[in-house]
Design a protein around this ligand. Structure first.
Ligand SMILES: [Zn+2]
Length: 528
């Protein structure tokens, strides 16, 4: 049994996060009492009113360290002007409750979240949930980025030390949860189903969402599950979705971007003042005879020419906008420049904004980007990387008959556990009944000879008891829809459960499903 937890409200010194560490698996029983408990805490909170905006706070408090940033020192928005407006949406006084950011790699998106997290620690805003693609990354994030950020800001005293736990209890989880001012932040992986649905939260940061599993083991979607946790906060909540997009067919960030008001960063031409987006189509460079970037270097390998430019979209002007002018034309309106985010539609729901950033705006030099482009040379993998990581756009597969090289690379990079590959035609499941758990192997079949492992579920419980929750969890998976990238829905065609052990429970469970005399379909006990 979980030890009793005595909540202290207001400026509590209790380790709130530790309470949740004791709840490993959320059963319907303890889930109810936990939600009731959290709702009590929420009502106990004073109404928080914070006058300081997140931008001012960040420049006052955030310090980038040489170990985690290429530009150490106090945080300055002049380095990444395009992050200012997005950051401001997360201020307490802003009425924006949901932001979706689709962006290339190295665009400072994680820093936006970190700034917000530091702000929440300063003002005791929470509970806060940070979700990333997997559990290891969630731990690494807290250890390698979050802890150093707190230290660099000199805010260690804000964090409540973890309470002494039972000696035999693993303490790994306390690394991922930090208590401060009576509330907490927790960092989790997108597959941690029980943790995704275990407690109400006010601030949700969903990072790299295009790397989340297509569907959770027990059904449902990681982002959706996390967002439902914030329903009790309604207008007080802040949801921040961000990702570098992947394939268009399966992207989460792409559809979210289109649900928002679709903002693009517009910059003025230094010559004619025409406002425009930096577009890949407008990038032009001097080429050698074989069509590659004409890069001239001295004996020391230093580049001596300036071969890349962005042609002004004004046909009368065609000014060559250069990389080194970026620090001028990227400056935002009200901060020494004219650049600004412009919405291109009304958002689908109130309080939502969405932003699309691309690599021409970010830290990378344009020469560097063109060199990466030259290396693509028609290779579909490298092309997808370029479209996703540099342009920040979803990639559409246009290949009908992929060659073997392409398939092999795909198998390594694209085969995530839980994904239902397009080529799978049928799903089957085999269940092994153990004394304290059910172990279930979900297989996808291309034809009846070739099978692919899709997912492996373990449901702890007492299979001896036909009413035990492990049977309900199995029931849910059997009835679940599995969605292929093309949106085709598959269900488990046949499920065989080994019966010699716990025979009565198995027979009882199979009774829940219809019996098909002629079809290779249904849920059956298996003997032998
Ligand atoms: Zn111009």
């Amino acid at each position: 049994m979980k030890p009793a937890f005595k909540p202290a409200f207001g400026p509590a010194n209790e380790d709130v996060a530790a309470y949740y560490d004791d709840v490993e698996v959320v059963s319907p029983k303890n889930k109810k009492s936990m939600i009731a408990f959290m709702n009590k805490i929420i009502q106990g909170f004073p109404t928080i009113s914070v006058a300081e905006g997140l931008v001012d706070f960040t420049e006052r408090r955030r310090v980038l360290t040489s170990g985690t940033s290429a530009r150490p020192g106090p945080y300055r928005f002049s380095v990444t002007p395009y992050t200012r407006e997005i950051t401001e949406c997360l201020s307490e006084y802003s009425n924006i409750t949901e932001v979706a950011l689709m962006k290339p790699t190295q665009w400072a998106a994680t820093n936006i979240m970190m700034n917000h997290q530091l702000y929440c620690v300063e003002y005791g805003i929470g509970p806060m949930l940070y979700v990333t693609s997997d559990d290891d990354l969630a731990g690494e994030y807290m250890e390698k980025r979050w802890d150093p950020m707190i230290v660099a800001a000199g805010m260690q005293d804000y964090i409540t030390p973890p309470v002494q736990k039972k000696a035999n209890k693993a303490t790994g989880d306390t690394r991922r949860a930090k208590s401060f001012k009576g509330t907490f932040i927790r960092s989790i992986g997108a597959r941690s189903e029980s943790k995704l649905s275990s407690f109400p939260v006010r601030i949700i940061h969903l990072d790299e969402i295009d790397k989340y599993p297509v569907a959770l083991a027990g059904g449902g979607d990681s982002s959706e599950k996390a967002i439902r946790r914030s329903d009790s906060y309604e207008n007080l909540r802040k949801i921040f979705h961000t990702s570098t997009p992947k394939k268009k067919a399966t992207s989460r960030i792409g559809p979210l971007f289109r649900q928002g008001d679709m903002r693009y960063y517009h910059v003025p031409c230094p010559m004619c003042g025409h406002m425009q987006r930096l577009l890949w189509a407008q990038m032009i460079w001097d080429k050698t005879e074989d069509g590659k970037l004409d890069l001239q270097m001295d004996d020391h390998g230093h580049v001596t020419n300036n071969p890349v430019w962005h042609e002004c979209a004004n046909k009368e002007c065609k000014y060559k906008m250069r990389d080194h002018e970026k620090i001028y034309f990227m400056r935002e309106r009200g901060h020494g420049g004219k650049a600004e985010w412009r919405p291109s539609k009304k958002p689908d729901r109130p309080g939502m904004r969405s932003y699309h950033g691309n690599g021409m705006e970010g830290f990378r030099s344009w020469i560097n980007i063109v060199i990466q482009w030259d290396n693509v040379e028609g290779d579909p993998i490298l092309l997808q990387d370029f479209v996703n990581d540099v342009l920040g756009e979803e990639y559409e597969d246009k290949i009908d008959k992929p060659d073997e090289h392409y398939l092999a690379s795909r198998a390594e990079t694209d085969w995530n556990r839980g994904d239902v590959n397009e080529r799978i035609k049928t799903l089957t499941m085999g269940v092994d009944v153990q004394g304290d758990r059910l172990e279930c192997a979900l297989l996808g079949w291309r034809d009846w000879k070739e099978s692919w492992p899709v997912e492996y579920f373990v449901f702890p419980g007492n299979p001896n008891d036909p009413n035990d929750d492990c049977w309900n969890l199995l029931d849910e998976v059997i009835r679940q829809d599995f969605v292929k990238p093309s949106k085709e829905v598959l269900k488990i065609q046949v499920c065989l459960i080994d019966a010699p052990f716990e025979n009565a429970s198995v027979m009882n469970f199979c009774e829940r499903f219809p019996y098909y005399a002629n079809g290779w379909r249904g849920v059956y006990p298996a003997f032998g």
